[in-house]
Design a protein around this ligand. Structure first.
Ligand SMILES: NC(=O)c1ccc[n+]([C@@H]2O[C@H](COP(=O)([O-])OP(=O)(O)OC[C@H]3O[C@@H](n4cnc5c(N)ncnc54)[C@H](O)[C@@H]3O)[C@@H](O)[C@H]2O)c1
Length: 259
């Protein structure tokens, strides 16, 4: 069997693709020939990545909307026409990356909301918006970017961990309901990444005891790069991924508490 991945003719919606992991995924899907809808809250970020993708020779359009606004999500999906592949990537880990964290016992419900709204409801809204047409076409791929935090727990990041664990459970349920319709759903669980979300930390504290303690748990002792998950996402989105569903696949440099 020849392995050749060509996503020509597939339309891919990537949320939060204006920077970081989503931008890395956009570049990879462009290389595979897909047409890409670049979503972000910020139109300047989306436009920049659209230009980058076009420069790689692929078709791209900006799709500027807030994934936490269900009406905006459904309007954007209707305007786009069919979406063959949805990548739920937009995420919120706290306004300052590693900042805004603290013990759950001292937290207020209002502080949990931004995590749940973007990471869980955002994935639910986008999935709900694209799924009926995928079922109608008997083909679809949903990939959700989650976090090791949702699997292992995250001291001082309980709301983030809960939102990512919730999104992973959503994926498994979508997979169970829709495999018979030709729709797969999987999670990619990332470990600690160096992206704009966490750049302040890595730029200022890369040699700190805190950074060393983090990397001590990674067999490959560096934070992830935005394109580390790209080839896996392209594979899952292709016809070669047709029998992979309901899974949470770690892309995490061999993270383990046991190291
Ligand atoms: N950075 C890490 O260490 C890390 C670790 C594990 C998992 N993740 C997950 O990977 C994904 C991407 O993370 P990143 O580091 O590239 O993040 P990032 O903050 O660098 O980029 C996220 C992008 O999403 C956009 N966005 C945020 N809220 C949005 C909304 N409501 N609607 C539309 N767009 C929105 C932002 O404008 C931004 O451009 C997230 O789901 C994140 O939780 C990141």
């Amino acid at each position: 069997m020849a392995i050749h991945i060509d996503l020509t003719g597939r339309r891919v919606l990537i949320t939060g693709a204006g920077q970081g992991v989503g931008r890395g995924l956009a570049h990879a899907f462009a290389a595979a020939g897909a047409e890409i809808l670049i979503n972000d809250l910020h139109s300047d970020r989306a436009d920049t990545v659209v230009d980058e993708v076009r420069a790689l020779g692929a078709q791209a359009s900006p799709a500027v909307f807030d994934v936490t606004d269900f009406e905006a999500v459904t309007d954007a999906v209707a305007a786009a026409g069919a979406v063959d592949v949805l990548i739920n990537n937009a995420g919120n880990a706290g306004a300052e990356g590693f900042g805004g964290r603290g013990p759950f016992a001292e937290s207020e419900p209002s502080a949990w909301e931004p995590y749940l709204r973007v990471n869980l409801y955002g994935a639910m809204y986008c999935t709900r918006a694209v799924l009926p047409a995928m079922i109608g076409h008997k083909w679809g791929r949903i990939i959700t970017v989650v976090s090791d935090a949702g699997r292992t727990g995250d001291a001082n990041g309980a709301a983030y961990a809960a939102s990512k664990a919730g999104a992973a459970g959503l994926t498994r349920s979508i997979a169970a309901e829709n495999g018979r319709h030709g729709v797969t759903a999987n999670n990619i669980a990332l470990g600690t990444m160096r992206t704009p979300m966490t750049e302040t930390f890595w730029a200022e504290h890369a040699d700190s005891p805190q950074a060393k303690a983090i990397l001590q748990n990674y067999a490959i002792r560096r934070p992830g790069r935005p394109d580390d998950a790209a080839a896996l996402a392209v594979l899952l989105a292709s016809d070669h991924g047709a029998w992979i569903t309901g899974q949470t696949i770690p892309v995490n440099g061999g993270f383990s508490f046991a190291l």
